[in-house]
Design a protein around this ligand. Structure first.
Ligand code: HEM
Length: 532
């Protein structure tokens, strides 16, 4: 350790003077060239026995293939799937190779212990946690446990807490417009989700604090940018290169601000516990943070670890849900004939249960009843997710030890496994007429037979529905996500009509590696519904 630090210091001095002389841009280019050469020399000798997809010819250097993967992952994966969908193939991201498995391996993978095939290892690993101040999240599962063991068993209690928060947020975040008004709907959804998740993760102090709302929305983008920048270089250069990544400084500032807030919340919690021990009755908010403190081990309960955990939870929950909601609105604008169909479903429920407004979640089990009856909307959300994935390699797993899969597929330790979810969702063997946007696909399956009524729902995973991953490591927050998305969309469609601005159609997908986002300039027009 001491020897390594010494070597780094010896290297650092000449390197920093070189950076001074060359300037940041030329130094970065030089480091890239060096790192490419070294990665060719030190490419791991133990490789999975599967062909590498995407080379244009046998002469194309690997760094070009990896560079093309950044913007064209969909094409590389799509082309490979056409010819190799029934056998494993490899796609090459800058920092690592993915072994993409055929969907027939889903069940086999599901049955292998999470200790050997880890989703967290893959997802958190993508964030370069040790260099982004998230090391505490690597070895602890506390935040996942909080969602699984505390939130999920009492789902609608937390859905109500979260939705009630919109009594404070809706008027601020959603345009109240009687005339068609241009709106960045994804940003609106992000801010609504930031308030809802802040309420259940940390309580009022966070959900009413504009600086936390800004941090929780901005953190994911900065962390993504920082990780992307760092991963462009081989791990041995990280001690030097991380200082050249501007987004990493923003991540550090956001974590520092979160630590301050968590520190205050933990002091308040300690104080409440002390007073309770002395016999006082203290009313406390029921938050995931409080649950984590009560259930965490002492080493997990430090302020930096808790702050990192809350930022990671914000990252897992806000952008994914907001992007999915925005995609639902875009699909409605692209297929406007479905707006009245969904509005009719919502209006009928509203006649029985009351308007989906600020009071929706304050009347006992109303939000649960709403969610159960929003069947067409549920099916619409699923179809929209099928057409508009937020990731195109999902689920992902990190092999922590060597594994031999059936058919002699050898997976060395350290391998990333993934499934081509989007290609699989768009395969006619999975769904008939896959290119057709058919919002009642799942609804019809549910209503085809009595024993299917409780199946084909948006929060359920299935080999034909991988949007939330698959198996016992599938998205822990999916039940919460779907319930909240249904309630937000019910209120949106109860109150507003939507359309694309003149001349705009479905916003285009953009790709950064396996991540998908919609054109940042995408807008919709919305206006308050005229009621007769
Ligand atoms: C539409 C919104 C969402 C999408 C598309 C989504 C997607 C995913 C995916 C694909 C995974 C990996 C699953 C796997 O590897 O099999 C995941 C994991 C996870 N998600 Fe979500 N998610 C969403 C919303 C949420 C929300 C709202 C929360 C929190 C309340 C959440 C919490 C988590 C957690 C804690 C994990 C890690 C699970 C584990 O490691 O066992 N997600 N999510």
């Amino acid at each position: 350790m001491v020897k390594n630090t010494l070597q780094l210091c010896l290297l650092w001095e000449p390197l920093s003077s070189l950076v001074d002389r060359l300037g940041a841009f030329a130094s970065t280019a030089l480091l890239l060239v060096i790192s490419w050469s070294l990665s060719v020399i030190f490419w791991p000798t133990e490789r999975p026995n599967a062909p590498v997809a995407g080379y244009r010819s046998m002469f194309e250097p690997s760094f070009l293939l990896k560079a093309r993967f950044i913007r064209n992952a969909n094409k590389i994966i799509g082309d490979a799937y056409k010819t190799m969908r029934d056998r494993p193939f490899v796609v090459r991201r800058y920092d690592l190779d993915f072994v993409v498995l055929p969907v027939k391996y889903l069940e086999e993978i599901r049955l292998i212990s999470y200790k050997k095939l880890s989703s967290r290892g893959a997802q958190v690993g993508n964030l370069v946690p040790d260099w982004n101040g998230l090391d505490g999240v690597v070895n602890s599962n506390l935040h996942v446990e909080a969602v699984r063991r505390h939130l999920n068993p009492d789902l609608y209690k937390y859905v109500d807490y979260g939705y009630n928060e919109l009594a404070h947020g809706w008027a601020d975040e959603v345009p109240r417009t009687d005339d068609w008004s241009l709106t960045n709907i994804e940003e609106v959804m992000r801010r609504l989700m930031a308030r809802i998740t802040a309420k259940i993760f940390m309580g009022d102090t966070a959900s009413r604090d504009p600086s936390w709302i800004n941090i929780s929305v901005g953190f994911s983008v900065d962390l993504f940018e920082s990780s992307f920048g760092i991963k462009m270089f081989p791990p041995w250069t990280y001690p030097f290169i991380v200082w050249l990544i501007p987004a990493r400084y923003r991540v550090r500032r956001q974590l520092a601000a979160t630590r301050q807030m968590v520190d205050k919340l933990l002091q308040r919690l300690n104080d409440a516990q002390a007073r309770r021990r002395q016999g006082e009755t203290i009313d406390e908010e029921d938050t995931l943070l409080n649950w984590m403190v009560e259930n965490g081990k002492p080493w997990e309960n430090t302020v930096p670890q808790m702050a990192a955990r809350l930022c990671v939870l914000a990252m897992a929950s806000i952008h994914t849900t907001a992007a999915t909601l925005a995609n639902v609105v875009y699909e409605l604008c692209a297929h406007p004939e479905w707006i009245p169909v969904l509005q009719e479903e919502i209006d009928t429920i509203a006649q029985d249960l009351g308007k989906p407004d600020d009071n929706l979640a304050s009347e006992g089990s109303t939000s649960k009843q709403w969610c159960e009856r929003l069947e067409k909307l549920d099916s619409f959300i699923m179809e929209s997710q099928r057409h508009n994935p937020v990731m195109i390699l999902n689920p992902q797993r990190l092999a922590t030890e060597p594994i031999m899969l059936s058919g002699g597929v050898y997976i060395p330790a350290g391998t990333r496994l993934a499934f081509a979810n989007h290609e699989h969702h768009m395969d006619p063997r999975t769904h008939p007429d896959p290119a057709v946007f058919d919002p009642l696909r799942s609804y019809r399956k549910r209503h085809a037979a009595a024993d299917q009524r409780h199946l084909h729902l948006a929060d359920q995973t299935h080999p034909s529905a991988l949007s939330f991953g698959y198996g016992n490591q599938a998205c822990a927050g999916r039940h919460f996500a779907v319930a909240v998305m249904k309630l937000i969309m019910a209120r949106m469609l109860y109150e507003f009509d939507f359309r694309f601005p003149e001349g705009q159609g479905m916003p285009e997908n953009r790709y950064v590696d396996e991540n998908v986002y919609k054109d940042l300039g995408a807008r919709v027009e919305m206006k308050r519904r005229a009621r007769g």
